[in-house]
Design a protein around this ligand. Structure first.
Ligand code: 13P
Ligand code: SF4
Length: 304
């Protein structure tokens, strides 16, 4: 089927079903053509919480669709490909969280949204990369446990005075494998380029950044900047969107391996299939969902 025909069919079905499409910034860029909202995890969870649509098609990974379902339990939430998982979310399960909490008793748990509903359900509050600092600050605690991303947790600690952030040893493979050597090599080729880093990267990489922030934070900062060249130290989807939106600037992806393969499992054909067949619907255990809601909603209330 031709792309224009695909898009027409998707838009028609969206209207008929009162559906919206939410697309993460790491998604294949073609999805933006049918997306009602595109952006980072925080922005998309805010949209999921306030939409009037009956159906939410989540063009992202499993934990994102799960979060949307928890925020809007009465709505139908569809994930176009059930294999679209997140390697970071898989790094901690409920038993591992309980063992971590048992090692560090009576310390509040901050849970990065890149985690399962079950893990969220036994955490005090969620955060995304865009609001992690504010969320930790809001707790007014001397110590917090941070799961599952060690790097985001360390970044938060580096930005705050007098808070000890005890991190779980999880990570995102896409960001974890980026090294200072990668940045040095790109800096040699583009000495004037500004280095824009996602805080899921290791701390020695973050230290080389001119700016560190979530995907939306990076995009916004680049758009507002007078600089002309940027080394983008996160997933390829960010570079694709910046090239589209800022044709007068130059963007260099840190390395060719910075691709989240599971995000890229979703194509326009999958969105059409999803809307035609109501697949694949997200269901969450009621008790887990209600408990996880408290942690996610606390985050949505705190905001960025
Ligand atoms: P943000 O959307 O918070 O920038 O996070 C990036 C990411 O890894 C999403 O899975
Ligand atoms: Fe998960 Fe990393 Fe992919 Fe984000 S980029 S969805 S954290 S594997």
């Amino acid at each position: 089927m031709q792309r224009t025909e695909l898009i027409e069919k998707i838009n028609k079905l969206k209207k008929e079903k009162n559906a919206i499409v939410l697309a993460h910034t790491y998604q294949n860029i073609e999805i933006d053509e049918v997306a009602d909202f595109s952006g980072d995890s925080l922005y998309l969870s805010q949209q999921a919480a306030k939409t009037d649509a009956d159906v939410i098609v989540f063009a992202g990974v499993y934990f994102m669709a799960e979060t949307a379902k928890i925020l809007s339990p009465k709505k139908t939430v569809l994930l176009p490909n059930l294999n679209a998982g997140c390697a970071m979310a898989d790094k901690i399960n409920l038993e591992q969280l309980r063992a971590f909490k048992a090692q560090h008793k009576d310390i509040p748990v901050v849970c990065y949204v890149n985690s399962t509903a079950a893990v969220k359900s036994e955490s005090d509050v969620c955060c995304t990369s865009a609001n992690a600092i504010n969320v930790v600050k809001s707790l007014n605690a001397k110590e917090v446990l941070f799961v599952p991303d060690q790097h985001l947790g360390s970044f938060v600690e580096s930005q705050l005075d007098n808070v000890k952030v005890i991190t779980y040893p999880g990570y995102c493979p896409v960001h974890h494998e980026i090294t200072t050597k990668d940045i040095e090599e790109k800096k040699k080729l583009y000495p004037n380029a500004k280095v824009m880093v996602h805080p899921e990267c290791p701390s020695d990489v973050v230290k080389m950044a001119d700016f560190t922030g979530s995907t939306t934070g990076i995009i916004k900062t680049v758009k507002e900047s007078n600089e002309k060249e940027f080394i983008i130290v996160t997933e390829k989807g960010v570079v694709d969107r910046l090239k589209r939106d800022c044709p007068d600037k130059k963007f260099i992806l840190i390395n060719e391996k910075a691709v989240c393969e599971t995000m890229k499992l979703i194509h326009l054909e999958d969105i059409l299939y999803t809307l035609e067949n109501n697949k694949y619907e997200i269901h969450i255990d009621k008790e887990i969902s209600q408990k996880a809601f408290l942690a996610i909603n606390k985050m949505v209330m705190i905001n960025a």
